[in-house]
Design a binder for this molecule. Structure first.
Ligand SMILES: *[C@@H]1O[C@H](CO)[C@@H](O)[C@H](O)[C@H]1NC(C)=O
Ligand SMILES: *[C@@H]1O[C@H](CO)[C@@H](O)[C@H](O)[C@H]1NC(C)=O
Ligand SMILES: *[C@@H]1O[C@H](CO)[C@@H](O)[C@H](O)[C@H]1NC(C)=O
Length: 187
């Protein structure tokens, strides 16, 4: 664990070049460092986007496929999502990909979701690449953190974390906008 922290700190201190994606706005920024053993460039990419969850209305992008056993904690519920990810907070800003996966009520005392997600990107050089997130999301906490457990395409060997903040939530319309900051180490 200590070793990992030292490696991660070193990565952040030794950042070399900086490049950013041209397409889909500047939602991703990459820095590079040569891996000492691998002879491959290790990259730290910061991705910033907004997730739009919509559970009601004509075309919800999230559907509850299993009802909860408790309406207060949503414990036992399972929701399938295919939510758009955009460059900016308005829902009509540029779509860079979709969050496809499941969130499930896993906490009896509060709303605490088990998140099992693939971020499927559809923009520029990231088109077709994915990042996988598996973590705990207590949606009423100001900031939540979840691990990045893997990736594909541009994000092979991905590891890292996401920091998540709810920007707006309307229980009447079932619309939520959540800001995602992803820090991903990959090759
Ligand atoms: C949760 O609320 C819905 C709608 O009000 C109701 O039909 C359902 O029985 C409730 N479930 C529990 C476990 O209380
Ligand atoms: C997005 O929607 C807002 C209001 O809902 C509107 O003012 C704006 O022009 C729209 N932007 C685009 C790019 O469509
Ligand atoms: C992304 O890739 C798909 C499949 O290869 C292709 O159909 C689509 O046009 C691409 N989109 C962009 C924005 O490059």
């Amino acid at each position: 664990m200590t070793k990992l922290i030292i490696i991660l700190s070193a990565q952040i201190l030794l950042l070399a070049g900086v490049a950013s994606a041209g397409d889909g706005g500047d939602f991703a920024r990459t820095t590079y460092q040569k891996h000492p053993a691998f002879k491959k460039e290790e990259k730290l990419t910061h991705l910033h986007f907004y997730w739009h969850d919509s559970t009601k209305g004509r075309n919800p992008s999230s559907v509850m496929i299993q009802q909860p056993v408790s309406n207060s904690s949503l414990f036992g519920s399972i929701t399938m999502t295919d939510d758009p990810l955009t460059t900016d907070e308005p829902k009509n800003s540029t779509v860079v990909g979709h969050a496809q996966g499941i969130y499930a009520g896993a906490s009896q005392g509060e709303i605490g979701f088990l998140m099992v997600l693939n971020f499927a990107f559809s923009t520029g050089k990231y088109n077709g690449s994915t990042i996988s997130v598996l973590g705990r999301n207590t949606v009423f906490s100001k900031v939540r953190e979840m691990p990045v457990v893997g990736g594909s395409g541009m994000f092979r060997f991905a590891s890292g974390y996401v920091k998540v903040r709810t920007k707006s939530f309307d229980s009447k319309t079932g619309e939520a906008t959540v800001e995602y900051n992803c820090y991903v180490v990959h090759y």
